[in-house]
Write a protein that binds this ligand. Structure first.
Ligand SMILES: Cc1cc2nc3c(=O)[nH]c(=O)nc-3n(C[C@H](O)[C@H](O)[C@H](O)COP(=O)(O)O)c2cc1C
Length: 325
């Protein structure tokens, strides 16, 4: 066993925390053992109303896991991942063993370079169409991780799904508990978590899709007429499928970023069981919807803050569970 030098671990953790998470809750902890990093779902940061079964928290941790692996790869080390390694600790979602020397591929370098510049862009996008090759690349990225990115490029399908998003958004707008939780996680600048008010988008004037209300001003703007909307689905559901879905989500997001595309999320129908079921019957019984995206060429925005790595790391050098087998 070789013990990994601290800079590799630090780079990996700094990349991991750049993952997206609902309301920027950052529901993760990292347990450090000798040459191994455990990715743990932090129950204390779960959203009781928006994400009662922690599906979105597992997606977020899956995204953090992919960032971790990419950062280890570009630091010149191999790694292997064990999912849900301990039956009696379901919150330990994965163990990443850091291995020997590795020559990073061009794809790993490109995706890793996108980790720091990716952010959710809730503003209107330019009307420039997203070319077929770029759509194809983002779809392929999701497929590489065992998920499917269904692009709603038939007008009828897009309108039906947009209707579901609007209805789910309306239900959440009228839900006092949902709104209280959203307010609790909407922050003024200066906080290390939560969504800063500056990251919220303007209200769309009419249009197909709503924007989640993150304490934005009352600005009203026209959004692109023909939005490119996609739903990421997995063939099964449950903890493992959701962790894998998070990796697929992140690979798709980083691929889009590397191609100069902006992305924003539309999870409203996935957060309301009846709407999620309706979406599934629309897309197919084997398509469990996990997250929705809007893709396009956005005007430059800013990244959002994260908690420092020291706050999300604990050392477990003596833990048998975290030793490499
Ligand atoms: C599973 C998941 C669901 C999300 N759903 C929404 C959503 O419905 N609306 C939205 O505006 N942002 C959504 N987000 C984006 C988060 O708010 C965002 O990732 C977080 O605030 C961090 O900001 P960043 O993506 O700019 O780094 C979602 C993120 C994740 C991981």
């Amino acid at each position: 066993m070789i013990l990994t030098e601290a800079p590799v671990v630090t780079a990996a953790l700094e990349a991991a925390v750049r993952a997206p998470s609902p309301h920027n809750t950052q529901p993760w902890l990292f347990e450090l053992g000798p040459d191994v990093i455990g990715v743990v779902l932090d129950e204390d940061r779960g959203l009781e109303v928006c994400d009662p079964d922690r599906r979105e928290a597992r997606l977020s941790c899956g995204a953090a896991l992919l960032n971790l692996e990419l950062a280890i790869a570009v630091a010149g080390r191999s790694c292997d991942v064990e999912f849900l390694p301990e039956k009696d600790r379901p919150e330990l979602l994965a163990k990443v063993g850091i291995g020997l020397r590795h020559r990073p591929t061009a794809a790993e370098q490109r995706l890793a370079a996108s980790i720091r510049v990716r952010y959710s862009n809730r503003r209107p996008f330019a009307s420039t169409p997203v070319p077929a090759w770029a759509r194809h690349a983002v779809r392929r990225a999701a497929r590489e991780e065992g998920a499917k990115l269904i692009l709603l490029d038939e007008v009828g399908l897009l309108e039906t799904v947009a209707g579901l998003i609007r209805r789910a958004d309306h239900i959440q707008l009228l839900d006092e508990r949902f709104q209280a939780e959203l307010r609790e996680w909407t922050r003024e600048a200066g906080s290390h978590d939560g969504v800063p008010a500056y990251a919220g988008g303007p209200r769309p004037s009419g249009g197909l899709l709503p924007v989640r209300h993150h304490g934005e001003s009352d600005r009203v703007r026209e959004f692109e007429r023909d939005p490119v909307v996609a739903v990421l689905t997995t063939p099964t559901d449950g903890p493992l499928a959701q962790i894998r879905a998070g990796r697929a989500m992140q690979r798709a997001l980083l691929t889009a970023t590397s191609l100069g595309l902006s992305v924003s999320f539309y999870s409203q129908p996935m957060e309301i069981p009846s709407a999620r079921a309706a979406l599934r019957s629309l897309l197919g019984e084997n398509e469990h919807p996990q997250v929705g995206f809007r893709l396009g060429y956005g005007f430059p925005g800013t990244t959002t803050p994260r908690r420092p790595v020291e706050e999300v790391t604990r050392s477990r050098p003596d833990s048998e569970g975290l030793r490499r087998r």
